[in-house]
Design a protein around this ligand. Sequence first.
Ligand SMILES: [Zn+2]
Length: 291
Amino acid sequence: MRLLMKSKCYALIILIVMIFLSIGSAARAESEGKLIVHFIDVGDADSILIQQGKRNMLIDAGNDKDSEIIVEYLIKQGVKDIDILIGTHIDEDHIGSMDSVINNFEIAKVYLPNSYSSNKYLEDVMQSLKNKNIQVTEAASGETFNLGNGICTILAPVSRGYEKLNDYSVVMKLQYGETSFLFTGDAESISEKEMMRRGFDLSANVLKLAHHGSISSTGNEFLNRVCPQYAVITAGRNNNYRHPHRSILIRLKNMGIKVYRTDESGTIIAESDGRNISFNKKPGSYLYRGK
Ligand SMILES: [Zn+2]
């Protein structure tokens, strides 16, 4: 009788352990089946963490003062290794804290655009890379690589040289199942025209608006080609640049594109299961906040 009780007890324990194990693996499978895109609120700057399964990619790393915000945010998301780190271009609001990111995480691959000029921020990035013996890969238009089950294609920069630093921006399209995202850095109209001329498939469900919603980017024709359902604008609260621009907001509104704004909602997280995209915040307004 005692033996029977004992074996029943063991069976129960085994059953409970099996249930826990299956819940754990189901949760793991679920997160592996998702693409998660974090538009981290770093004011009038960019820093975008993209996770697919165990893979992590970071596009840009805010201003110099944002290192604590970015590093802490990544740690909170369980990031230890960054498989792909992209600095879209060398302006402070995109690579300002990239040296801290390089110092704090294991980095597998780094993409930067070809640029003939340099500045203090790029020098800091290059020093951090040198200290860890990491090579830079020049972002080449047309190059494709994987992030877990996501397929990334670098679209821009198309040319070797530009007048404005913004036009050197690495533009990348990420396809995940039937859904797609377009990350544009601060690419302006010259780069937009080049991408259209190249005949790239620019269509995407989510467009990260270039240059914080400035009038210098997101031309009518380009926006028509992307034809997004959702636009994400990375802009600072009450920023001095009056980002995003009134006419860009009107353009988005007229096309019925839902808008998500870090100046209104803080950090925004988009999730794709390969078919549908959801956001952790309600859509923002089309209100122009410049003075
Ligand atoms: Zn910028």
